[in-house]
Write a protein that binds this ligand. Structure first.
Ligand code: DC
Length: 228
């Protein structure tokens, strides 16, 4: 999108971005924030997880950037916003639950390295901000790349230990297993060349290690209301 158009669009749209590493709690926090503000919510990870799942299921070569970006742009699958979960459909089949499997997350982390894949998924992510009262967008590069003109940018972090504990509960795996996979995923997400995980300039950084969901959301909500 040309810069001028982007600037004009951002004036009209209310957007809060929430980025952070895996299992920092950003999904629960951003979903609850959107609920309190009466806005829409999108987890951009669902685009990468969705593509990973669909590529796996359709036996698309996950090392082939061209094939993946073509699949990313195809209408074989779609992503829809929903209050509880960002939903993924393969044709008419709701595959949302399947995208949370650990092996799908691992493929998602790999396919998200390809610049052409990221480019293909940008437009549908940005489309989530159209015709909504406001949008809370959560992911890795929402404040830096997807919505660089967002009014408020948040970065949620938490200790390695608390993140591994949170994810192991979600997945029913041991903390040690989860911790090892997480260290590898962090490394992949933050050292990739295309849109690496980073704290957006001027972002409000919140450490979620010792906060309850209510405490974290209340702190962020107060910051958003002050800065909108
Ligand atoms: O947030 P998550 O665990 O659902 O994301 C899954 C993978 O998708 C993650 O390893 C990196 C990728 N991702 C990304 O590259 N950019 C985003 N905005 C969101 C997710």
């Amino acid at each position: 999108m040309p810069t001028e158009t982007r600037a004009k669009t951002a004036e009209k749209m209310k957007i809060v971005t929430i980025d952070g590493p895996a299992a920092s709690g950003k999904t629960s926090v951003s979903r609850e924030l959107a609920r309190r503000l009466g806005w829409k919510w999108v987890s951009t990870g669902a685009f990468y997880r969705g593509l990973a799942y669909v590529a796996d299921r359709l036996m698309c070569d996950i090392s082939n950037e061209e094939a993946l970006s073509e699949l990313a742009r195809s209408n074989k699958w779609s992503v829809r916003m929903d209050d509880d979960n960002t939903k993924v459909f393969l044709g008419a089949e709701d595959v949302t639950e399947k995208i949370f499997q650990e092996h799908v997350g691992s493929i998602a982390s790999k396919v998200s390295h390809f610049p052409k894949v990221r480019e293909a998924l940008l437009e549908p992510q940005r489309a989530c901000a159209k015709n909504v009262p406001g949008l809370v967008a959560e992911g890795r590069d929402c404040g830096t790349v997807v919505f660089p003109d967002a009014q408020v940018k948040i970065y949620v972090t938490a200790s390695q230990e608390s993140r591994a504990e949170r994810r192991s509960k979600d997945l029913g795996l041991s903390v040690a297993e989860t911790h090892a996979a997480q260290v590898q995923r962090d490394q992949q997400d933050s050292t990739r060349k295309a849109a690496p995980l980073s704290v957006p300039p001027n972002a409000f950084v919140i450490d979620n290690t010792d906060l309850s969901l209510d405490q974290a959301v209340s702190i962020i909500e107060a910051h958003v209301k002050k800065n909108l």
